[in-house]
Design a protein around this ligand. Sequence first.
Ligand SMILES: Cc1cc2nc3c(=O)[nH]c(=O)nc-3n(C[C@H](O)[C@H](O)[C@H](O)COP(=O)(O)OP(=O)(O)OC[C@H]3O[C@@H](n4cnc5c(N)ncnc54)[C@H](O)[C@@H]3O)c2cc1C
Ligand code: FES
Length: 224
Amino acid sequence: MLRLPNRSDPLLGRPLALYRAESHRIEVVYVAIGKMTNRLAEVKPEDPLEFWLPLGNGFPKNNAENKVQHTILVAGGIGQTPFLMYCQNRQERVSLLYGARTASLITCMDDFRQLGIEPMIATDDGSKGFSGFATDLIEKVYQSGESTQLLCCGPLPMLRSAFLIAQKLGLSCFVSLETPMSCGLGICFGCVVPYRDSENADWDYRRTCIEGPVFDAYKLRWDC
Ligand SMILES: Cc1cc2nc3c(=O)[nH]c(=O)nc-3n(C[C@H](O)[C@H](O)[C@H](O)COP(=O)(O)OP(=O)(O)OC[C@H]3O[C@@H](n4cnc5c(N)ncnc54)[C@H](O)[C@@H]3O)c2cc1C
Ligand code: FES
């Protein structure tokens, strides 16, 4: 959670993913769309910022119990930000599918290339890469016979569409939600999402700030 110290406007902090973290330095990448991010864009190098971190969970680790051969990362909008550190620690083959509305909004891709990952880019208006949605590329990179998981971050319609494809192909699928937050600490319940442990269980809620933002897509409710 990011706050501007000694300011009460905006009153609430805003969640931002950690893009890169190295010893005493962290990096975030943001798109200036509202009050906080536009003010952040005016911050000078010597200005203090207040970060509460780390909060919440992350994408599941690929380990001996969870042996995945191919991870398909699906990112939309500014949803590529949590994936760089995932890629730094990957053990499996990774495909990055990144969708943006238009070419001028594409960012960070060289950092992925430096890790040896050539992103497949899609734009809604066809100004760069594939003309269409990043989710349209999932079935193009998926190879049956390989143990594959989908990890997704971006706007809700993209997450829903990625989940439906995962369901069709029988793949595991985890999504990082961009739910707005208030306290960020699990106190206000302002960030709850419908959730159930299994298909037969009753629906309940989980807090995106401390029990997410990453959830097993099969446990979330997509019809509301
Ligand atoms: C876990 C997590 C990680 C995230 N990581 C990142 C990240 O790495 N980088 C990043 O850029 N973002 C990230 N986000 C999203 C970011 O937190 C939000 O976009 C945040 O709201 C931006 O704050 P803001 O004050 O600039 O915009 P806000 O003022 O909160 O506005 C956000 C959006 O709502 C619209 N809006 C605001 N008020 C109204 C209104 N009255 N009516 C209609 N629309 C309105 C704005 O136009 C804008 O599109 C993340 C979110 C989550 C939950
Ligand atoms: S933001 Fe307050 S409980 Fe999640």
